[in-house]
Design a protein around this ligand. Structure first.
Ligand code: F3S
Length: 249
């Protein structure tokens, strides 16, 4: 069964833009990205949209659909009433380049600020041994497809451009947590602790556990419960533990 769907799509660039209404044919089983492609193929050949795998694995087609951060390729048209107006806008937290395409380079800057895994000095590659439970813990975080929807939704930077300098966002705090929980990461032994870095350099304290990042994750990673809260607990232990404070001094 096909029908005519009503899309309201944002067109514009860094200097400004507008929402324009379009009527686009929709067929059974299609997703929002299919309709955006049909729009490109018919009325709007210059509509800019970033996409790649169309299978929810590349993290490219992130946008806001009716104001909610989502992957366009994983949002089924069947979740909307056939007469509903579906609004498609670019992610709000990042600067627009054109139409639905944003400049997400903020995230690559933050990624570079997280120091890499440091292998133990006394082990050669091939000699690393880990418990399965530790492997599984980091595997959950490794499912991240870097769609940056969690970064887009987090109010700390969504509503406060001036926090971007100090706050790395849930995706990269999760990376710090993954490394902190890695039993072979030797960084804490040689330099600053990862939880200290999370607090001082990645703005962990600005996260007030709203859980919006977890709600929008297309991989269903428990970002808040399994990464951010444990990281906060470890940071608080180090900072407030009276004995540790004494040693620090
Ligand atoms: Fe932001 Fe997630 Fe914390 S949305 S406030 S990083 S729980």
């Amino acid at each position: 069964m096909s029908y005519l769907a009503h899309l309201r799509v944002w067109h514009g660039d860094a200097d400004g833009g507008e929402l324009r209404d379009h009527v686009v044919e929709a067929a059974e089983g299609e997703v929002v990205l299919d309709l955006v492609h049909r729009l490109q193929a018919t009325e709007c050949p210059d509509l800019a949209v970033r996409w790649n795998c169309k299978a929810g694995k590349c993290g490219s087609c992130s946008a806001e659909i009716n104001g909610k951060p989502k992957l366009m390729c994983m949002t089924r048209m069947s979740t909307f009433a056939t007469d509903e107006v579906i609004t498609v806008t670019p992610m709000r937290t990042f600067p627009v380049i054109k139409d639905l395409v944003c400049d997400v380079s903020f995230n690559y800057v933050k990624a570079r600020e997280v120091p890499a895994f440091e292998p133990p000095a006394d082990l050669e590659p091939g000699e690393y041994r880990m418990q399965q439970v530790d492997v599984q813990r980091s595997q959950e975080f490794r499912k991240c497809i870097e769609c940056f929807l969690c970064q887009d939704v987090c109010h700390v930077i969504r509503d406060h451009e001036d926090n971007k300098e100090a706050f790395s966002g849930p995706r990269f705090l999760m990376r710090v947590a993954e490394l902190e929980m890695h039993p072979l990461d030797a960084r804490g032994e040689t330099r600053a602790d990862r939880p200290d870095e999370a607090r001082e350099e990645h703005g962990l304290g600005l996260c007030n556990i709203t859980r919006c990042c977890t709600d929008v994750c297309p991989e269903h990673i428990q970002i808040t419960d399994n990464a951010l809260i444990p990281l906060k607990e470890r940071a608080a232990d180090r900072y407030y533990d009276p004995l540790l404070r004494l040693f620090r001094r």
